[in-house]
Design a protein around this ligand. Structure first.
Ligand code: LLP
Length: 386
């Protein structure tokens, strides 16, 4: 089954572009709201890195989510979209001084700190401004997630976070600093995770750590477990809204939160992936020695996930109902890895046909580049194309 798209409107637009179905986005946000709303102490932030298109951000902000940022640019984008500054958390393994100052000036809720040298710098910069910064420590829980190696983050070998065993010492060091206030712990084990067991493993690690800290009379008010919930790339129409109920219930069932603790989430992909598609025109259909190519006007500069992670995005020919033929679907970039899919069965393609690359709302438009001096793709909401 193909998705439903306003194809006649698409014909008028310059391709390639991103198309965001606001009904899917709003339904997804409503589901997050009601499922997280079952638990009094849950707070959900949107991971801006997944998609910072201002029109998309505005809809997400309306739903009441906070913002998870990883750069000064993202903090600016979140504030421009109207996210309240006290709902912004800021993570990142390499925060520059100007970015820390920006966070301090806006009075963001919390800095997720990844090392002692970083803590020292935040303390100094906050002192210079006569402020006290809330800090949470990002902990490397050494939990492997069953996902692509490039997007696991919680293993000891990854660059992220502070080693669990050093935690008490780090909290003690923070306690001696006058311009930081220790408020919580931050975790994130990876992305595109569909096995709830991975999140259970994280809960178990956190439980052990909380017991240990409690024994040392250390009070942790905020626990942030990051994001990571995966989506169904193979069947984007089957269950377009991810299983938030199971996701939130996993934490409710396995994490032993104290009554005074708040649990924070940073969801990116699961919020925006399924509402977005990259729409592209077929430039040429070319018969090679032993295969047929559909050459699109979109390339890896517009959607890099297939080239970078061997990611699968379902491809549909929106303008043909002719019997299927088999194609390698490729872009125009001068790189052999500029391939969206090999041996894909599609309705017979002709020059000018419109293709949709589905489930591209997360880490699509935002990861676009100008390589080959190409223009960045536009993004349109379905509301605009009525
Ligand atoms: N929190 C932290 C600290 C993160 O590093 C990430 C994603 C998230 C939250 C949001 O995770 P999500 O809910 O989206 O899984 N470009 C890659 C994904 C990189 C994810 C990086 N961190 C891709 O296209 O698959």
């Amino acid at each position: 089954m193909k998705g439903t798209f306003p194809v006649s409107k698409f014909r008028e637009l310059r391709t390639p572009f991103y198309y965001y179905d606001t009904r899917v986005l709003r339904d997804t946000l409503a589901c997050i709201r009601s499922e997280a709303g079952r638990y009094e102490n849950y707070k959900v932030h949107y991971a801006v890195k997944a998609n910072a298109n201002p029109k998309v951000l505005a809809i997400i902000r309306e739903s009441g989510l906070g913002a998870d940022c990883v750069s000064g640019g993202e903090i600016r984008a979140a504030i421009k979209a109207g996210f309240p500054t006290d709902k912004i958390v800021y993570a990142g393994v390499g925060k520059a001084d100007w970015e820390i100052n920006l966070g301090l000036d806006y009075g963001i809720f919390c800095f997720n700190v990844e090392s002692i040298p970083e803590l020292e710098v935040i303390n100094e910069l906050a002192a210079a401004r006569g402020k006290v910064a809330n800090v949470a420590f990002r902990i490397n829980p050494n939990v492997g997630a069953h996902t692509h190696a490039n997007i696991t983050t919680g293993l000891a070998e990854n660059k992220f976070g502070i080693n669990m065993d050093d935690m008490e010492r780090v909290i003690e060091i923070a306690g001696e600093m006058a311009h930081v206030r220790f408020v919580g712990l931050h975790f994130h084990i990876g992305s595109q995770i569909l096995d709830m067991g991975d999140f259970t493993a994280l809960c178990n690690r956190i439980n052990d750590l909380l017991d240990k800290l409690e024994a040392h009379h250390i009070r942790v008010e905020h626990i942030n477990v990051g994001g990571g919930l995966g989506i169904d790339y193979t069947h984007p129409n089957r269950q377009p809204i991810p299983d938030f109920r199971s996701f939130f219930a996993t934490y409710a069932n396995f994490l032993k939160l104290r009554p005074y603790q708040t649990l924070h989430f940073e969801l990116g992909r699961s919020v925006v992936a399924q509402c977005g598609s990259l729409i592209s025109r077929v430039l040429y259909v070319k018969q090679g020695a032993n295969k047929r190519f559909a050459i699109l006007d979109a390339g890896m500069t517009d959607l890099i996930r297939p080239a970078l992670y061997q990611a699968y995005h379902k491809i549909e020919n929106l303008t043909s109902e002719e019997p299927c033929e088999t194609y390698d679907v490729v872009g125009p970039i001068c790189e052999s890895s500029d391939v969206f899919g090999k041996a894909i069965d599609l309705n017979k393609a002709r020059r000018g046909d419109l293709f949709a690359l589905r489930s591209a709302g997360a880490y699509g438009e935002i990861m676009a580049s100008g390589y080959n001096c190409r223009e960045l793709p536009q993004g349109y909401l379905s509301d605009e194309l009525l």
